[in-house]
Design a binder for this molecule. Structure first.
Ligand code: ZN
Length: 208
């Protein structure tokens, strides 16, 4: 199984935790590795039977993975405006995904029951399509800007030797940063006037 995951291009290991009753632990994947797995795993799963995967649900699970990948990559990462029509079709698509998920459980697989549907899945199906159309896309919901602020403040905090009043000091630093924002240098536009300038210059030099 380890080899199977590694063949998908991610470093993955399973091991027995020491001092426990043979409990297993495994590598948790980073964001990029998860994306990689989403792209490669469905095909690998479809290719042929594996000894560690139940054959009667193998293709269903592969479909679950690729459907999820298409939900994730095609829809959630686009910044195009979400119309009401699209939002409705998303809703049916997500609901179908949850139905398919439960179907795998009906065939006897553990972890695919109705009770295994997480609040996240519920949110994706029943709230996300509406929110996407209301706020036109997923962009306003990313935490990237906030993460950047967090990076800045962490930097600032750890560079200080005086770590007193951390909260008020970081807030002040943020405020000072916002004051200077409008004085940042403006990029000048560059228009190339003579395309042969450098070529000619070279020639002149060689003459000298
Ligand atoms: Zn709800």
């Amino acid at each position: 199984m380890q080899d199977f995951f590694q063949a998908c291009g991610v470093s993955f290991k399973i091991w027995v935790m020491p001092k426990t009753n043979n409990k297993l632990d495994w590598t948790s994947l980073s964001g990029n590795e998860k994306k990689k797995l989403l792209k490669t795993l469905p095909e690998k799963l479809r290719a042929h039977p594996y000894p560690f995967i139940h054959e009667n649900t193998r293709l269903m699970v592969a479909d679950l993975w690729s459907d999820f990948a298409s939900i994730y990559f095609d829809i959630l990462t686009t910044s195009t405006e979400v119309t009401e029509e699209l939002s409705n079709s998303l809703f049916t698509k997500f609901c179908k995904w949850i139905d398919d998920f439960v179907q795998v459980g009906i065939r006897g697989r553990e972890g695919y029951g109705k009770g295994d549907i997480t609040p996240y899945m519920h949110i994706v199906a029943y709230h996300l399509p509406y929110l996407l159309s209301f706020h036109s896309g997923i962009k306003p919901f990313t935490g990237q800007g906030l993460e950047k602020v967090n990076d800045d403040l962490k930097n600032l905090y750890f560079k200080r030797c005086n770590k007193m009043f951390a909260a008020s000091q970081t807030l002040r630093a943020r405020f000072r940063k916002s004051l200077t924002r409008k004085y940042r240098p403006v990029k000048r536009v560059y228009t190339k006037k003579s395309k042969t300038y450098w070529a000619n210059l070279k020639r002149k030099k060689s003459v000298l």
